[in-house]
Design a protein around this ligand. Structure first.
Ligand SMILES: CC(C)(COP(=O)(O)OP(=O)(O)OC[C@H]1O[C@@H](n2cnc3c(N)ncnc32)[C@H](O)[C@@H]1OP(=O)(O)O)[C@@H](O)C(=O)NCCC(=O)NCCS
Length: 241
């Protein structure tokens, strides 16, 4: 299967994808399985797909196969010490990206079906400036561009979260999309180490009926604020072995 997310990341970020319909929940390790024991079958498959991919990639970074990638109370995965990562899934594709924490501070990835975003959701996701930009585009493209804005904000949200612990509103980020496949997400308020107006940079790609977006935050791109992740992995006392 061609990896839709490969072009979104530099070579020091490992990526893997799979169709979650091909993954059995029985591939989960015991504590992982317990976290979704009461979930619907589709959710258990998605969760298992993310864990299966993560295990493969973590193995390439030297993390033992027995490492259980648990979800925190906030639902964010608790990556082993020394590793950052991100997970996304749709009904037909799951993607995981991981990197060494020395190279990358945080990753965020999002996959969506390449379909028009529902009008009601569009009004919640897009600010007036983004709506104006979408309205300036050909009618046939608008709904899918709105979906792209939605996905890029989700990817930016996931990337900033391990560093700030902040749950953002869609209005906290304002998007500028470049047709060539890059975007900037500008903070509309101070968040963690970022001041209002500072940007996260990302990439986007469309293929096979999907939209994929990703943000990579490198050391030096955040100022002196990357404390949340370090404090958290210390608190959890988790190790990648
Ligand atoms: C986390 C969130 C973005 C997930 O998006 P989604 O499109 O529903 O689902 P995806 O498949 O793309 O991503 C789900 C994965 O994100 C990861 N995730 C969950 N919460 C996360 C967080 N706070 N930070 C980073 N990653 C998180 C998990 O790995 C999850 O998969 P898993 O439960 O199987 O491990 C979304 O559900 C959420 O919590 N949103 C609240 C904040 C928000 O959206 N604000 C507006 C954007 S600025």
């Amino acid at each position: 299967m061609a990896e839709i997310t490969r072009s979104l990341f530099a070579a020091d970020v490992l990526v893997a994808e799979i169709d979650p319909r091909r993954v059995a929940p029985s591939t989960l390790l015991p504590a992982e399985a317990a976290q979704v024991a009461r979930a619907a079958a589709k959710r258990r498959r998605e969760f298992a797909a993310g864990r299966l991919l993560a295990r493969r990639l973590l193995g390439r970074l030297g993390v033992p196969e027995a490492f259980e990638l648990l979800a925190g109370e906030d639902r964010a995965p608790i990556w082993p010490a020394g590793v950052v990562g991100t997970i996304s899934h749709t009904s037909s594709r799951a993607a995981v990206a991981v990197a060494r924490a020395g190279d990358v501070l945080a990753l965020g990835c999002d996959l969506e079906h390449d379909e028009p975003l529902d009008e009601g959701i569009l009004r919640r996701v897009c600010d007036p400036r983004e709506r104006e930009w979408i309205a300036s585009r050909p009618l046939a493209q608008r709904g899918r561009l709105a979906m792209l804005v939605f996905s890029a904000k989700e990817a930016a949200y996931k990337a900033q979260y391990p560093l700030t612990g902040k749950i953002l509103e869609f209005s906290d980020l304002s998007l500028d999309l470049d047709p060539g496949g890059t975007f900037r997400a500008a903070f509309q308020t101070d968040v963690g180490p970022w001041r209002r107006g500072q940007c996260l940079r990302g990439r986007w790609h469309r293929a096979g009926g999907l939209i994929a977006t990703a943000v990579t935050i490198r050391p030096g791109e955040t100022g002196p604020g990357a404390l949340h992740a370090a404090a958290r992995s210390k608190k959890e006392g988790r190790s990648g072995g």
